[in-house]
Design a protein around this ligand. Structure first.
Ligand SMILES: Nc1ncnc2c1ncn2[C@@H]1O[C@H](COP(=O)(O)OP(=O)(O)OP(=O)(O)O)[C@@H](O)[C@H]1O
Ligand SMILES: [Mg+2]
Length: 262
């Protein structure tokens, strides 16, 4: 199953990705987490691994990959490896991913499309296009799950990345912006006929009712994660997230059931 995790900046996308990835791995799934956020450097730390090498490097770096994608005819003339050529046109599986491009711990693999490392090195379009191709051609077997930690906002819907996903999880935190975005993301998911579930995050007694009100169909609220001191501290110091959340377990079970029905 391919799961997209989205929401506004700072709502808890990477935190949820990590907790869910670890929980699914405990349940025996082979999990691939894809970091598609070019600006953040926190997800690998939450997962307790090193930052993987930018996958864009596999295509010779951003510049070269950009040219490849803009002018598909040029592909044949380029000295790309067999897999890099195949990547743009054929389906492939988890075991095809070259091992220099992922980090793995406790059943969770992490890949990163690429980060912006210095000024003037170009926009993130190339990395986004690579991720889009990657997820589109990725064939998952039984007991394999891919979780895509999206960049903040809704541009990924515009780009069409979500078209290849099986389900969309939107994280809502206790802010006006987040609650407004819930409606918009719900609409976008419906327009591409994708199921959507919501996760209420950083919930306090005072905010719970208001946050629940942001989701029209309460059955779509798949987890309610409280404001948690351990998560906050791990975030502050860039530590691995080792806590287990009952609500995440519930979410993982629901997703596995959904995956079997598919
Ligand atoms: N339930 C929670 N309780 C307390 N703190 C939380 C909780 N969830 C997330 N946080 C904290 O909120 C901050 C943002 O979380 P996270 O990095 O997961 O968000 P994000 O949506 O991935 O952000 P970005 O848009 O920057 O990628 C982090 O410092 C994290 O530790
Ligand atoms: Mg993040």
């Amino acid at each position: 199953m391919k799961i997209a995790i989205c929401g506004k900046g700072g709502c808890g996308k990477s935190t949820t990705t990590t907790l869910l990835g670890k929980e699914l791995a405990r349940m025996g799934q082979n999990v691939l987490v894809i970091d598609s956020d070019e600006s953040n450097f926190g997800l690998h730390r939450q997962l307790g691994v090193e930052l993987p090498r930018d996958f864009t490097e596999y295509f010779g770096g951003k510049d070269r990959a950009f040219k490849t994608m803009m002018t598909s005819g040029i592909l044949e003339q380029m000295k790309l490896s067999a897999f890099a050529k195949k990547f743009f046109s054929e389906d492939w599986t988890l075991s095809d991913i070259p091992e220099e491009y992922y980090e793995k711990k406790d059943g969770v693999m992490l890949m990163s499309s690429g980060k912006i490392h210095q000024a003037n090195e170009g926009c993130a379009c190339t990395m986004n296009s690579i991720i889009q191709q990657f997820i589109m051609h990725l064939q998952l077997r039984e007991m394999e799950t891919a979780i895509l930690d999206m960049e903040a906002g809704i541009e990924h819907f515009g780009r069409g990345t979500d078209n290849s996903m099986d389900i969309i999880l939107m994280i809502i935190d206790p802010t006006y912006e987040s609650m407004q975005l819930a409606g918009k993301i719900g609409e976008l998911a419906r327009s591409i006929e994708k199921p959507i579930l919501y996760i209420l995050n950083k919930v306090t007694e005072d905010s719970r009712e208001l946050m629940e009100g942001a989701v029209e169909d309460k059955n779509q609220i798949a987890a309610v994660i409280p404001q948690n001191k351990e998560i906050l501290e791990a975030g502050m110091f860039g530590k691995e997230l080792l806590i287990r959340e009952r609500e995440i377990r519930k979410l993982a079970v629901r997703l596995m059931g959904y995956g079997q029905m598919k």
